[in-house]
Design a protein around this ligand. Structure first.
Ligand code: ADP
Ligand code: F6P
Length: 489
């Protein structure tokens, strides 16, 4: 693998793995979350590198399990070790108690603690040091998400030349929100250290440009479309919008498999062939789960004809459990589920089935395939891959996608047949669900067919290609799959 060839180096807060200690032994499994689901199939067998945190605190001995994972994945994994204090200050603190709520329009949930900021800078430096150690001058460094907005700045400060692109998986907020951030100008300036900054939607990019104009009026901005250029102090970087996607064929093929067909039938039988409404999310306050449950309650009040005719299945994957707000949300959801079930359940029927766990991919896809209606109603979301995964897996093409207008996916999917809703308007959501029950199946088929077509055309490989082309004038084919290579770290 070593030699002159140019490699793609992905850097993200997390490695694409989940680490657990089983009886004193570290065990590594594939990780979850939108970023990992999207990128893992692209990097597979291309001989690149993925640099990130393993999720453990302190320096744990995971060299062997990581090397084994690297061999199977076909790219090398290099860990960044974070101390307990760094996890608290940089990850839980600055990333998830400042940037995450602020960028999702939850400014009142922000904790602008100055020690978090210092920890963020230190951790970005640490990541940069690992990048310097394992990458070569000729590599392309592709940095992901809000945890690492300062990484290119650190590399330049260290005098290390690298081609660096950055993609923000979450929304970028408008100036009236972003300008509340005490470190606003520093963040904008350091993002401009990347050669290309990619956003999910045109709206995110224009929010960034408005903030840039307000904070750094000396920057000169020119061009349009994916050609917007910003020049500051003699350095030019570019800004683009690249809506992330999924490995459409992988989901569609899995959904068509015999194993998933059997699981789908089992789920439907267990739910007595009632209509299935489905919600799938990380348990996060941006996902609008309590509001969705309220919409179900409203529906049961207003439309008694629907009682006992459906099951609403909510799958929630545990997330950021050490942050008190996430635990409070878990308790709130459990309370709401109990309340609604207590109010409306009948012998042989409970309206809400709630599963709080991560599921194997086959089970998730079987739920997608079984669901008649997907309720994807985040209060704010960068893109939302669940919406796309549901459509890809809906191989019968009879499903309905009810989608929040505040998900990044809304722009692309509305014009192709998704039903858009305001997730705060619980009565409005209830009405849209009711209407879907009474709409001709031919309409559903037409819409789902168009939705699937649009996602198939703009899949994850298309997305990576557009980013690489804009960032590095490279195509995905410039990093061809390798065979028979031993990927030792
Ligand atoms: P985010 O990146 O904020 O978590 P996305 O919707 O973009 O949101 O991505 C969520 C990812 O997590 C999807 O790829 C989805 O398949 C996965 N996921 C969500 N819930 C579960 C679950 N219960 N079990 C397994 N995977 C899940
Ligand atoms: O997509 C947003 C994101 O923050 C990713 O960067 C991340 O991998 C995923 O959600 C899951 O969050 P976390 O890594 O904090 O568990």
């Amino acid at each position: 693998m070593e030699g002159g060839s140019k490699r793609l180096v992905v850097v993200s807060n997390r490695l694409p793995v989940a680490l657990s200690n089983e009886g004193g032994r570290w065990v590594i499994k594939p990780g979850g979350g939108g970023l990992v689901t999207a990128l893992a199939p692209v990097l597979k067998n291309r001989g690149g590198l993925w640099i990130g945190w393993s999720g453990a605190k302190g320096e744990v001995d995971i060299v062997d399990p990581l090397a084994e994972f690297s061999r199977e994945a076909g790219y090398s994994l290099h860990p960044v070790y974070l101390t307990e204090e760094e996890v608290a200050g940089y990850y839980h603190g600055f990333s998830n108690e400042v940037i995450w709520p602020l960028f999702h329009d939850f400014q009142s949930r922000c904790n602008f603690n100055p020690t978090y900021w210092r920890s963020y800078l230190d951790a970005n430096l640490k990541f940069a040091e690992v990048v310097v150690r394992f990458s070569r001058d000729s590599d392309y460094i592709w940095v992901h998400d809000y945890h690492l907005m300062h990484l290119a700045f650190m590399l330049r400060n260290m005098g290390v030349p690298r081609s660096c692109g950055f993609f923000l998986h979450i929304p970028f907020p408008p100036p009236d929100i972003f300008l509340k951030l005490p470190w606003r100008a520093k963040i904008v300036r350091s993002l401009l250290e990347y050669d290309l900054v990619g956003f999910q939607t045109g709206r995110d990019r224009s929010n960034f440009i408005s903030c840039l104009r307000a904070l750094l009026p000396e920057a000169s901005i020119s061009g349009r479309g994916n050609e917007v250029r910003v020049t500051l102090l003699g350095r030019t970087s570019r800004l683009g919008a690249f809506p992330i996607s999924i490995d459409f064929n992988a989901f569609a093929n899995m959904a068509s498999s015999g194993e998933v067909a059997q699981k789908t039938k089992d789920f439907r039988d267990a739910l007595r062939q009632r209509k299935i409404l489905l919600g799938v999310d990380r348990l996060d306050y941006t996902k609008g789960i309590p509001q969705r449950i309220e919409a179900i309650r409203q529906m049961l009040f207003k439309f008694p004809d629907l009682r006992e005719r459906f099951s609403f299945v909510q799958l929630a994957v545990p997330s950021r459990e050490e942050i008190p707000e996430y635990n409070a949300l878990k308790i709130e959801i459990e309370r709401l589920v109990g309340e609604v079930n207590g109010q409306f359940a009948q012998p042989g029927w409970v309206p809400i089935q709630y599963l709080y766990r991560s599921l194997p991919r086959e089970d998730l896809v079987a739920y997608y395939r079984a669901a008649d209606i997907a309720l994807v109603t985040p209060l704010r979301d960068g893109m939302n891959l669940v919406a796309k995964e549901y459509c890809a897996s809906n191989v019968s093409e009879t499903g309905v996608l009810i989608l929040s207008e505040f998900a990044g996916a809304a722009g692309q999917l509305q014009k192709n047949g998704a039903k858009l809703v305001n997730p705060h308007d619980v009565e409005g959501v209830a009405k849209v669900i009711h209407k879907a029950f009474h709409t001709d199946i031919a309409d559903h088929r037409r819409n789902m067919h168009r939705l699937r077509d649009s996602i198939r055309k703009a899949d994850i490989f298309w997305w990576v290609d557009s980013f690489l082309q804009n960032a590095f004038s490279r195509h995905l084919n410039d990093f061809p799959p390798l065979e028979g290579v031993n990927f030792h770290s």
